[in-house]
Design a protein around this ligand. Sequence first.
Ligand code: FEO
Length: 180
Amino acid sequence: MKSKRISDKMEKLLNTQMTTEAYQAQVYLSYASWAEVNSFSGIATFLYGHMHEEREHMFKILKYINDRGGETQIEAIKAPPANPKNIGDCLQKVLKAEMDNSKDIDKIVNLAHEEKDWATFNFGQWFVKEQIEEESLVNEIIDKYNLASNETSDNNSLYEMDRDLAGHSQEGDMPREEKF
Ligand code: FEO
């Protein structure tokens, strides 16, 4: 058994964040499925892909808690919100979810700073960078969507944008070190 190297408060906060990441995965899963049945297969592919990213985030936190001698609590995941009204609404909701998640990550980094827990501070920086990337990625897609939906009176641009998104990277354009 490893000696515990994180505070009880940090252990609790990291556990909460682990469940939040699992919830984020549920949100992406539910929106992806909605997009798929509404014939936006490209957006669905992108959202399914991102669901996996969120599961990886969850797992990264689980491993960190265990590595630092803490104990993980696997808890129930709340249900995702209602389906979006349309693709624009879907993307705005995804952006809001990412911005809320960034605030939650900040709580970990703030506590680590307060406790002079530099290991967790360092760990948290990966997520800080990840959130910058994710917000930037979703903003980029929203820009494309706005352009496509304003460009023509028919649905051709939206169709092309959707097709384009199927092969869209899960990463933003900003350089980042290896994931983990
Ligand atoms: Fe795990 Fe989208 O942040």
